[in-house]
Design a protein around this ligand. Structure first.
Ligand SMILES: [Ca+2]
Ligand SMILES: [Ca+2]
Ligand SMILES: [Ca+2]
Length: 275
């Protein structure tokens, strides 16, 4: 058995437990290092110290197995583009405090047909396993772990500062996805002021419905998907029927991938309604 199989490096992640959805690994070498020693196939194992003993092998479980040619060097020798940093996506995010890279093969043991001496020169063993120590050394340069991307939705709204009771107020709502990921299942819910009479709603995308409970009408706009950086606008017209401060609050949510900043998920507009 090639001796690089099962070589490990374990990383304790800074800042406690993290959700990990992808890693970037490099098998790039420094000048003078033998290119057949570079990593080729690996596994990723994870441990969460909240639920397991990460000082023991039993605390780790396999969360990713790379392709045989994760770093796809080929005969006669691997080259730099085969070894430079690559991204590997886990099938599902895992919660981990420790990550372990487990070597399966290096370029020597993993490239088919180079392990044994198969040339016609009996004086020289050209096999990388039989004729050299390349099968017993392995190098990986980098292991970076990444959490799942999030989408930061924000909402702002404007309306009239003052209005005579019984007149129509126009509210303009802007929903923005500040990314970095696209958001899906985006919903904005606008709660009109007490006893305000709904007149119309217009959204730049999706569909809106309304419902009235206890003299408060809520307008729900299902905006659907929003690309990173995109905006959607909603215009709502309502007749304000109560004097004093009329408060209108809108909130935005997403089905996925999850919002990274909840402080900008609601917006409120106050209108002074005069007799
Ligand atoms: Ca030979
Ligand atoms: Ca050897
Ligand atoms: Ca947000």
């Amino acid at each position: 058995m090639p001796s690089v199989d099962g070589t490990t490096v374990t990383v304790k992640l800074g800042g406690g437990a993290h959700q990990i959805s992808s890693v970037r690994v490099s098998a790039m070498l420094n000048p003078g290092q033998n290119r057949f020693s570079a990593l080729r196939k690996f596994e990723l194992w994870a441990c969460n110290s909240a639920t397991a003993d990460c000082s023991s092998d039993a605390g780790f479980s396999n969360v990713y197995t790379s392709a045989d040619d994760a770093f796809p060097g080929a005969r006669p020798r691997p080259v730099s583009p085969d070894l430079i940093i690559r991204t590997f996506q886990l099938s599902a995010p895992v919660t981990a405090t420790h990550l372990r890279l487990v070597v399966k093969t290096n370029q020597c043991t993993g490239i088919p047909g180079i392990q044994t001496d198969d040339d016609n020169d009996p004086a020289n063993d050209s096999g990388c396993v039989t004729g050299s120590a390349r099968d017993s050394e392995v190098r990986a340069a980098e292991l970076e772990a990444f959490s799942p991307p999030t989408a930061d939705l924000s909402v702002t709204k404007t309306g009239p500062a003052t209005l005579k009771v019984g007149s129509l107020a126009t509210y303009s709502i802007t929903v923005k996805n500040d990314g970095p990921a696209a958001a899906s299942g985006v919903v904005a819910i606008d709660k009109l002021p007490f006893k305000a009479e709904f007149r119309s709603v217009k959204a730049s995308q999706g569909t809106c419905t309304k419902a009235t409970v206890n003299n408060v009408t809520s307008v729900t706009c299902k905006l659907g998907s929003m690309a990173s950086g995109s905006t959607a606008t909603i215009t709502i017209v309502a007749k304000l029927r109560v004097t004093g401060t009329a408060t209108n609050t809108v909130s935005v949510s997403e089905a996925s991938p999850g919002d990274s900043n909840s402080s900008n998920d609601t917006a409120t507009w106050n209108t002074t309604v005069t007799p």
